[in-house]
Design a protein around this ligand. Structure first.
Ligand code: GAR
Length: 191
């Protein structure tokens, strides 16, 4: 039986797109479900394009009910993948999928992480700090924002003439290249 992934995303979903593309013809892995807290998220359109089912939930569903956990269990999900998902993961979900929830962050954690650190704010913080390198982190998820054991990091040099747009682009390229492969390797390793 194929290993089954569920992807949580709050926005555009370009990482989700790369993951869906990567596993579209796989005999080992399938993207079984896309979940979002945002009914207007473009990731839902992307899911439709791949004919992958999607599920939208609100704060009450997520934090006060077992609806999302029940759905993931019912679909026999092996790995939960956060790809631009901006809400904290509740204990009930962490407990239901121990070491089976991963996240991608657009910086070299532990630098530039934590609540409110997403999107352009992260890249601006890198420029403000005058960092000479930047990159991405893929990590296991725990009860805090952007913590949990690091699985993989990729880095690049920040040049003096770099701007927010150029470092953001470089980071996105790395995310799109590495996230699907890291997921594939994790599923091979842990099953
Ligand atoms: C990605 O860059 C991801 O690293 C970031 O959100 C973006 C989503 O882009 N996640 C965080 O900042 C989490 N703290 P996408 O919707 O195009 O995949």
């Amino acid at each position: 039986m194929k290993k089954r992934i569920a992807i949580f995303a709050s926005g555009s979903g370009s990482n989700a797109q790369k993951i869906m593309e990567h596993f579209k013809y796989s005999n080992e892995v399938e993207v079984a479900l896309i979940l979002s807290n945002n009914p207007d998220a473009y990731v839902l359109q992307r899911a439709d394009n791949f004919e992958i089912p999607s599920h939208v939930f609100d704060k009450h569903d997520f934090y006060q009910t077992t609806e999302v956990v029940d759905l993931l269990k019912r679909l026999d999900i092996n790995l939960v993948v956060l790809a631009g998902f901006l809400w904290l993961i509740p204990q009930s979900l962490l407990q239901a999928f121990p070491n089976r929830i991963i996240n991608i962050h657009p910086a070299l954690l532990p630098k530039h992480g934590g609540k409110g650190m997403y999107g352009d704010r992260v890249h601006q913080a890198v420029l403000n700090a005058g960092d000479d390198e930047h990159g991405i982190t893929i990590h296991f998820v725990n009860e805090n924002f952007d913590e949990g054991e690091v699985i993989y990091q990729a880095r690049f040099k920040v040049e003096p003439d770099d701007t927010l747009e150029t470092i953001k682009f470089n980071g996105q390229q790395l995310e799109h290249l590495h996230y699907p492969k890291v997921i594939e390797n994790l599923l091979k390793k842990y099953g």
